[in-house]
Design a protein around this ligand. Structure first.
Ligand SMILES: Cc1ncc(C[n+]2csc(CCOP(=O)(O)OP(=O)(O)O)c2C)c(N)n1
Ligand SMILES: [Mg+2]
Length: 551
């Protein structure tokens, strides 16, 4: 009879549960898990820090609907992976962190890298467990995979002690549960669908907000059919962008503030009324705004303001129900209302101001000038990874998305440092597409070493672009080491030279005329390239009606 080890069982069980990607850093005691994962046909990518690996695991979960795995050693490795778990918790993305742990028979002895790992993972985990035997490992793996994708998606944690990883049992003693199916698509009661449509019909100033929940549930076809049938104005959350193409005539994104404050009825499609949507409260919303809330999670209903109609369940299934209603009782919101006229006027005004900034060819450049060339250069089907403060805020408005799940950014958690891991996730999930990883100089620095990871795995479809203003929201042009402002990084730091460590090409851009040729050469080069673009350290976002976080 043949023996099978814990590591082999974990790898087999993960593969059987539809896990295709594992990211991490090996060491005692997790090396055999990575080795056997590769043998099972799971793609293992060795990273330079578990933080980035954990961000990649969650991004894979968002992009594919099955969790990615982050593998870390006990203690510090696992602790770094918490970064990605917390980000996944906040974004509602499925992932699994597997942490090695000290041998269980040394618990409490001050073992090598011993730490309270399950307890540390718990607040961010939908499920956190320490398997108690080698034999039952497949049970725990199935629980973790299923829990990560059923209900509101999120992070799960498995704590594997050294003796469980290296221990072995008779192969035939081990039972592998069948692959858990994708999450059931739960629909809403017909009564709620009728109420939702009645509420929309009663609106004078309706607004639809499309969130990344709709993107995750792959509701793009249904959402488009619904909006086109009802002719309702919509806007998207940052990563809800692309569920509807940003150039759609029903998009009122450039008039976002006016739309939020003016709406009398809003339909949330997988978007939450959290800080990103200003809690649905004054001064950013009307105090009497009525809410139709579509969400996978019943607990989310009524958060921050009361909900008039709750549509609890899967965005794709429920939007299909709404479409069936509209089909049987056709209705559309008229296009010649004062609401539409006002929104269109606002869109025009805001567009004119941005055009002016984009046309400014002075050196050093401003953000808008830089984004004009980037926007014109990027193919419509490319993945856009974007993070920073102004780099991200301006990038979100200036770089349109045409496809769902093609924008990745700092997300609900506002996490700087997710960029490289997320770009690598996109690049490996879809090797045929281009990925543009557009980072503020600070954002890039959090995980810049992962450029080597991208190159090592031949992810030549990624181009790294750094918008460099010498710091967090800009730094000084010259630095006196005795007086370094908190926000400052080395002025004109030559980040593009990092491409030299793997024989790639770097481009340093200071003039507007150099930008387009640099982007072209970067994409044409045979290794991931880095384009480092200097902008004015004092470049700003165009004046906003509201401060970034309105109290
Ligand atoms: C993990 C983490 N640490 C710190 C912050 C605070 N923070 C917000 S934006 C930002 C960086 C902004 O600078 P940069 O990426 O260079 O973009 P810029 O605004 O300069 O274009 C930082 C550090 C954060 N959001 N996340
Ligand atoms: Mg910066």
């Amino acid at each position: 009879m043949a023996q099978i080890t814990g590591a082999q069982i974990v790898a087999k069980a993960l593969k059987q549960q539809g896990v295709e990607y594992m990211f991490g850093i090996v060491g005692i005691p997790v090396i055999p898990i990575a080795v056997h994962a590769q043998r099972e046909g799971i793609k293992f990518l060795g990273f330079r820090n578990e933080q980035s690996a954990s961000y990649a695991a969650a991004a894979v979960g968002y992009l594919t609907g099955r969790p990615g795995v982050c593998l870390g050693v006990s203690g510090p490795g696992m602790i770094h992976g918490i970064a990605g778990m917390a980000n996944a918790w906040s974004n509602c993305w499925p992932m699994i962190l597997i942490g090695g742990a000290n041998d269980s028979y040394q618990n409490g002895q001050g073992a090598f890298q011993e730490a309270p790992q399950v307890e540390t993972a718990r607040p961010y985990a939908k499920y956190a467990a320490r398997p108690d035997s080698v034999k039952r490992l497949p049970f725990y793996v199935e629980q973790a995979v299923r829990t990560s994708i059923y209900g509101r998606p999120g992070a799960c944690y498995l704590d594997l002690s050294g003796d469980v990883i290296t221990g072995s049992v008779e192969e035939e003693e081990v039972e592998f549960p069948p692959k858990c199916p994708d999450a059931p698509r739960t629909a809403a009661p017909q009564e709620s669908i009728d109420q939702a449509m009645a509420a929309l019909k009663s609106a004078e100033r309706p607004l639809v907000i499309v969130g990344k929940g709709a993107a995750y549930s792959r509701a793009e076809g249904e959402v488009r059919a619904f909006l086109e049938a009802t002719q309702l104005p919509y806007l998207a959350s940052p990563m809800g962008k692309g569920v509807m193409p940003d150039d759609h005539p029903l998009s009122i994104a450039p008039a976002r503030s006016a739309a939020l404050v003016g709406a009398d009825v809003i339909l949330l499609m997988g978007a939450r009324l959290n800080w990103m949507m200003h809690f649905g409260q004054p001064p950013r919303f009307d105090k009497n705004v009525r809410v139709i809330q579509m969400d996978i999670n019943a607990e989310e209903i009524g958060t921050n303001i009361p909900t008039e109609v709750a549509l609890v369940g899967d965005a794709k299934a429920i939007t299909a129900q709404l479409n069936a209603h509209v089909k049987s009782q056709p209705w559309s919101y008229p296009s010649e209302t004062t609401w539409w006229t006002g929104l269109r006027k606002k869109i025009e005004e805001n567009g004119a101001q941005v055009d002016e900034y984009m046309a400014d060819d002075s050196t050093p450049m401003n953000y808008y000038r830089v984004y004009k060339d980037i926007r014109d250069f990027i193919p419509q089907d490319a993945y856009i990874q974007n993070e920073g403060a102004s780099t991200m805020d301006i990038g979100r408005t200036l770089m349109p998305n045409f496809l769902p799940r093609h924008r990745l950014d700092a997300g609900t958690f506002g996490t700087m440092g997710v960029g490289l891991g997320q770009a690598i996730a996109a690049a490996i999930v879809n090797p045929d597409k281009k990925v543009f990883c557009i980072e503020g100089d600070s954002a890039f620095g959090f995980s810049g070493m992962e450029v080597e990871t991208a190159a090592r795995y031949g992810l030549n479809n990624i181009t790294f672009i750094i918008i460099n203003n010498n710091g967090v929201g800009g730094g000084p042009d010259e630095l006196d080491p005795a007086k370094v402002p908190p926000s400052a990084y080395t002025p004109k730091a030559r980040y593009e030279k990092m491409a030299e460590i793997y024989g790639g090409q770097g481009f340093f851009v200071t003039e507007p005329s150099e930008l387009r040729p640099a982007l072209e050469a970067a994409v044409a080069s045979d290794k991931p390239a880095i384009v480092n673009i200097m902008i004015s350290a004092r470049a700003q976002r165009k004046p906003q009606q509201f401060a970034w976080l309105t109290r």
